[in-house]
Ligand binder design. Structure first.
Ligand code: DLL
Length: 509
């Protein structure tokens, strides 16, 4: 069939042309959609930064992480530790920005916090410098109890990916929640603590902190996992099995309460296992006060290096702070937690170097921002810089809590003083329990001391001498008379978590 030349081409051309137009239109449409998407994305980011995000100023942090030259030849300073060494001025800037964002979030979302701010005539905008933090109201454990279970949450429950709770000796427990971002921060701070103490991804870790509602097990687990170590989530208990696995699995690092590790040491001895012969090199201990004497005991008996990690459920769990290789105080991860020391009586802020009650605020927590939490832990912020070069400040190791205090015939007594006295009298670490009672209308303090097998003697006079030695040492430190009762090896109850040192049978007036 005849067709004028060019018809087909023309048709093809016109088809092509319409295709080109169609394609172009699609492209324009796509580009417009892309632009709209980018616009809304940026808008949402900006919105997030302005109203919701507590983690802004990331550009500075990212630049800082990139620009710092790392000397990890000796595996001492690693890029993951960058935030521990941030220039102080930048750190304070970051803290202020995050504090302002946290206060705004809490004011907008937590009724109790808003009420307390309103009572003081304060608005979030009034926090213009870190000095202004002292104007903010305190938060106390009672506030968490009174708002049980979710009253202090600042996000919808749908954003909460984890709940923990304190066991609480009386009444209701306290409940804490975490968003996905809170969980990441938690794992990162624990990881930074572990790195600072020399734990590495090559470690095989036996984690005998309790798993469950207590933050210890899963908190330490998250940090080790973020580090890339191999974690054995054994939890507390079944002590003979703990010893067996430590040996068979080639464990190089352990984590748990120091009192439970002392129990493991005892049981290992009975099983004929010397932990010094195993591969364990390091331990990360916390959740309860443990003296330097206890550290020496653990290190001598096992040949490991023992490090202190600090934290509390209300703030994040373990990882609020941790020692470094210098073991000269606990570095607080100040980019996420803001520490203050106040006089426990007047509640006035105290200068660095002075001992008082530690007050902590969260700086990046979303699910449950906490402002000025009175921890009851007694410590001081160190004035001097740590030899490790970290700019994040240190607190002294926690030896006591203000509510641990026993008032005995007008004298303030802390269980940690009794531990120190016992260690001073006899270099071995005795298991002990403090029993308070009322006899003939007078309060008494009895220290039950369990003697170790090598302290036991058939001679009455030897045992009497030992009793006198303990009694003298305790009375010298406390300045009051006490009763000392020696108990047989293995007779005092053992804890798989935090040790319960005080039993109070006193008559309440
Ligand atoms: O004990 C969190 C934690 C778990 C920390 C594992 C370290 C390791 P809570 O059960 O809420 O949380 O108890 C918090 O325990 O206020 C201190 O009185 C005490 N505490 C925690 N760590 C230490 C420590 C966890 N390293 C309370 N030294 C805190 C002394 C500690 N006391």
């Amino acid at each position: 069939m005849f067709r004028p030349t060019g018809f087909a081409e023309k048709r093809t051309l016109s088809v092509n042309f319409s295709l080109i137009v169609k394609n172009a239109a699609t492209k324009v449409k796509k580009a417009a959609m892309k632009k709209t998407f980018i616009f809304f994305f940026i808008l949402s980011r900006l919105k997030k930064t302005k109203f919701f995000s507590l983690n802004f100023n990331h550009s500075f942090l990212e630049d800082y992480m990139r620009s710092t030259a790392w000397n990890d030849e000796e595996n001492k300073v690693l890029p993951e530790m960058a935030l521990d060494f941030m220039p102080e001025e930048k750190l304070r800037d970051l803290q202020l920005q995050r504090m302002r964002a946290t206060v705004k979030l809490a004011y907008e979302k937590v009724p109790l916090f808003r009420e307390r701010m309103d009572e003081k005539g304060l608005k979030p905008e009034d926090i213009k410098s870190l000095k202004d933090v002292a104007k903010l109201p305190f938060t106390m454990k009672k506030d968490l109890r009174d708002t049980y279970p979710y009253g202090l949450f600042a996000v919808d429950l749908s954003e909460v990916v984890r709940l923990h709770a304190s066991s609480g000796t009386t009444g209701k427990p306290i409940v804490v929640g975490y968003t996905k971002e809170d969980m990441d921060v938690w794992a990162q701070v624990v990881k930074r603590g572990l790195l600072a103490c020399g734990f590495r991804s090559t470690d095989i870790v036996q984690n005998f902190y309790g798993y469950g509602l207590f933050t210890g097990g899963l908190g330490i687990h998250g940090g080790f996992e973020a580090l890339g170590a191999t974690v054995i989530p054994i939890s507390g208990g079944n002590t003979e099995r703990q010893v067996m696995l430590m040996k068979d699995f080639g464990v190089t690092a352990v984590g748990g309460t120091p009192s439970y590790f002392v129990r493991i040491i005892d049981v290992a001895e009975k099983m004929g296992v010397d932990i010094r012969d195993l591969k364990v090199k390091r331990g990360i201990f916390g959740a309860e006060p443990w003296s330097d004497g206890m550290r020496d005991y653990i290190e001598e008996k096992t040949g490991i290096k023992a490090y202190d990690i600090y934290g509390l459920s209300e703030i994040v769990g373990p990882g609020v702070g941790c020692e470094c290789e210098c073991r000269d105080g606990i570095h607080i991860f100040e980019d996420h937690f803001y520490p203050e020391i106040v006089d426990p009586e007047t509640l006035e802020p105290l200068p660095d170097g002075e001992e008082g009650e530690l007050v902590l605020s969260t700086l990046s927590k979303k699910a449950m921002p906490i402002i000025r939490y009175r921890t009851r832990d007694i410590t001081a912020i160190e004035k001097t810089k740590c030899k490790c070069g970290r700019t994040i400040r240190r607190i002294r190791r926690i030896g006591r809590r203000s509510d641990d205090m026993i008032i005995m015939r007008g004298v303030n007594v802390f269980p940690s003083q009794i531990e120190t006295a016992l260690l001073r009298a006899e270099k071995a670490l005795p298991h002990y329990q403090i029993v308070l009672d009322t006899k003939n209308n007078m309060d008494t303090l009895e220290v039950k001391v369990e003697v170790s097998r090598d302290m036991v003697s058939d001679s009455m006079s030897d045992m009497e001498q030992l009793n006198k030695k303990f009694k003298h040492s305790i009375e010298q430190i406390l300045g009051i008379s006490v009763i000392v009762t020696l108990c047989e090896p293995d007779s005092l109850p053992r804890s798989e978590g935090k040790a319960k040192r005080v039993i109070d049978n006193r008559k309440k007036m």
